[in-house]
Design a protein around this ligand. Structure first.
Ligand code: RAM
Length: 347
């Protein structure tokens, strides 16, 4: 818990120092309806289960670390379960098990907007609160969505970074996660629009899917470069994809000639920034995201909020947050990592 607290503060301090538009720790509140728990319709069942897209991804290890710190601070019981592969319905059996166990809440990053909806709604019928984070389902299948950053902002930062790196002209491709991922698909659609309106000399020639699997992402990078000999840059809006693509580029003749950016964790990207394969990439703080999601789950369990727009809740060290339209809560803005600031981060 203390570790999360320190980390949260360190991240915010550096972000502010960098004078970038970060508001990851912003207090967006304004209301006062949270009464600390146990109000009408609430329960004290603070058994909170995190279900990431898949296990073995450092991004989700970090978000779960934040979730665990929050659940511990709340005096609840944290657990994490998940499939090995990020496929559309791989999460269903874990949802069903959590429902049978009678957990208080499930905190889920969805591999598909619809494939897990029936299971989630059965869980809700049985009294389980459902919070999606990172990658949403259709809104009718959950109580709240904890969004890491505004989707337009996530799309824009990646396109602006690649545009800067290829001097505003040339062919680019996208190496995504799995084909049905709600978050990546939303960002890619917005990236396409933004490229078309802002960068007429950039052409997005292909989007390929590495399934948030390291080897698949590595192989898809190699294939992209073969298929498109004039490729100038790759955007990979997934921490798994960008790390695998960087590893491929770093020992290839394309190093320095083909630009790479997207969404990565500093610890996975550090060596590729240091060896010159990558100059800049973006992300938010996954630990904060998990921490916020756990506090939101507790507020639902305890009956402090129902997920209505305008509901406010306490998120521990992060301050107070407010539920926006469509039951979404916004963590903050994406942050850009470069050789100058990457040394400040450890996740
Ligand atoms: C991967 C996952 C996750 C996404 C990050 C950026 O870890 O696809 O859902 O938000 O990348």
């Amino acid at each position: 818990m203390k570790f999360a607290h320190t980390r949260v503060r360190a991240f915010a301090a550096v972000a502010v120092a960098a004078a970038l538009a970060l508001s990851g720790c912003a207090d967006t509140g304004g209301g006062t309806d949270g009464d600390g728990g146990g109000s009408e319709g609430g329960s004290g069942n603070l058994a909170i289960t995190f279900l990431p897209k898949n296990l073995g991804n450092p991004y989700f290890d970090t978000s779960s670390k934040g979730g665990e710190a929050a659940v511990e601070a709340l005096g609840g019981t944290f657990s994490e379960v998940g499939p090995a592969e990020a496929t559309p319905d791989a999460q269903v059996s874990y949802i069903n098990t959590a429902t049978q166990q009678g957990v208080g809440a499930l905190v889920v990053s969805a591999n598909d907007p619809q494939a897990i909806c029936d299971a989630l709604n059965e869980a809700r019928d049985a009294g389980v609160k459902v919070v999606t984070f990172d990658s949403d389902t259709d809104p009718e299948c959950r109580d709240l969505f904890i969004n890491q950053a505004d989707s337009e902002g996530i799309a824009k930062v990646q396109v602006d970074l690649i545009a800067e790196q290829i001097a505003g002209a040339g062919e680019i491709a996208v190496l995504s996660a799995s084909a049905n991922a709600t978050n990546q698909n939303a960002w890619i659609a917005l990236m396409e629009e933004y490229v078309a309106s802002e960068y007429p000399d950039i052409t997005l020639v292909e989007t390929v899917y590495g399934d948030d699997d390291d080897q698949t992402s590595f192989d898809k990078t190699a294939a992209l470069l073969q298929t498109h000999p004039n490729l100038k840059g790759i955007i990979s809006p997934t921490t798994v994809g960008i790390a695998a693509a960087a590893r491929y580029l770093s020992t290839s003749d394309y190093k320095g000639a083909v630009a790479l950016t997207g969404l990565g964790t500093p610890n996975q990207m550090r060596e590729y920034v240091e060896d010159g394969t990558v100059t800049s990439f973006a992300l938010w703080n996954p630990e904060d995201l998990g921490y916020l999601a756990a506090y939101a789950a507790a507020a639902l369990i305890q009956g402090d909020i129902t997920g209505e727009e305008g509901d406010t809740f306490d998120a521990g060290d992060l301050g107070e947050y407010e539920v926006g339209a469509d039951g979404a809560v916004l963590l903050g803005d994406p942050f850009v990592f470069t050789a100058e600031n990457i040394g400040e981060f450890d996740f």
